[in-house]
Design a protein around this ligand. Structure first.
Ligand code: SAM
Length: 315
């Protein structure tokens, strides 16, 4: 069982390659045995192997976001859901758990509006960015903290009023055992009367439509942005589609401009398991939860009519 509190067991074989202050934000600050620091390197990268459990078996895995993490906050296409999640807080004293908190995009603004927030994420590189922001905001750990953890298998020893997993985190669970694990952990960590909100994108037009799109355009530009004077972009290579599992396998290719050329910095290969509106509700009900409310997006869209599927449920 993955227990984020027992971090020494799970932080291992970490090699940091830093040019700036990332080493201070790295969760392995106190672990000097397995680290190496090369000052003056071009990019800030945290390479780390973390222990993950897959189908009941523990194994070491690289942080697949080690390099892609530096691009995450530049993405201008992430729907602005922060006001939405803030509005779902039952009170200013509410305790919140964020699964897959990443760089703290939602965790930080929510921290200012709730009693306390706890984030877990499997990527040390994403977490390092979150730690930097928490530190810069002077956020006390009693108010907001984030730790390494697997949302399909964790024990925090406490319960929360609200559990969230913003920006389609649920779709990263490719297998049924992973989905089982998430719902089991949600149930174990929801306070009496508490609710959980999960979100996936809405495959408008159905899977066949999505599949056709993937066949006709095999690589598309998802976004371009300029950050600190550097032009960045992300292209999606539509590598594979599994019609049985309703899962897309995009490869996100992150590039930055140097003169007229685009230099490839990182490739992030992820699963994106898709749910039709009815199927998403059905899976939540199948795990014995009661649906409280549902939305089709963050701008008042009706469920099944907007770009997102967002469902709030209780135990
Ligand atoms: C699309 S990002 C979302 C980040 C954040 N929730 C937001 O809205 O900006 C997905 C995050 O989920 C994390 N993640 C993926 N699988 C996970 C798992 N099994 N346990 C914990 N975190 C996971 C990734 O490391 C990544 O930071």
């Amino acid at each position: 069982m993955f227990d984020p509190r027992d971090s020494r067991v799970y932080y291992a074989a970490c090699t940091r390659v830093c040019s700036t202050g990332l080493q201070r934000a790295c969760p392995h600050t106190s672990d000097t045995d397995n680290t190496s620091h090369h000052a003056g390197t071009r990019r800030d990268i945290i390479r780390c192997r973390v222990m993950v459990e897959y189908a009941g078996e523990a194994r070491m895995q690289d942080d697949i976001r080690a390099e892609a993490a530096q691009y995450y906050d530049a993405n201008p296409t992430i729907p602005d859901d922060r006001a939405f999640y803030t509005a779902r807080l039952p009170s200013a004293a509410a305790s919140v758990l964020e699964l897959g908190c990443g760089t703290g995009r939602v965790l930080l603004p929510l921290a200012a509006a709730c009693g306390s927030i706890y984030g877990i994420d499997r990527s040390p590189a994403m977490l390092a960015r979150c730690f930097q922001k928490l530190q810069a905001a002077g956020m006390p750990p009693t108010k907001a903290r984030a730790e390494l953890g697997d949302m399909t298998n964790f024990v925090l020893g406490r319960r929360f009023d609200v559990i969230i997993a913003p920006y389609r985190v649920f779709q990263l669970l490719e297998t049924d055992p992973q989905v089982d694990g998430l719902f089991r952990c949600v149930r174990a960590h929801l306070a009496p009367g508490g609710t959980c909100i999960l979100n996936v994108f809405h495959p408008q037009g159905g899977f066949e439509h999505v599949r056709q799109e993937w066949r006709t355009a095999t690589e598309v530009c998802l976004w371009e942005a300029t950050v600190d004077g550097v032009r960045l972009r992300c292209d999606e290579r539509r590598a594979r589609f599994d019609p049985e599992k309703h899962t897309l396998y995009p490869e996100l290719i992150y590039r930055r401009a140097v003169g007229d050329a685009w230099i490839e910095d990182a490739v992030l290969k992820i699963p994106r398991r898709c749910y039709a509106p009815e199927a998403f509700e059905r899976v939540i009900r199948e795990y014995g939860f009661r649906i409280v409310q549902r939305w089709g997006g963050y701008a008042g869209e009706r469920y099944g009519e907007g770009p997102e599927l967002v469902v709030q449920f209780s135990g």
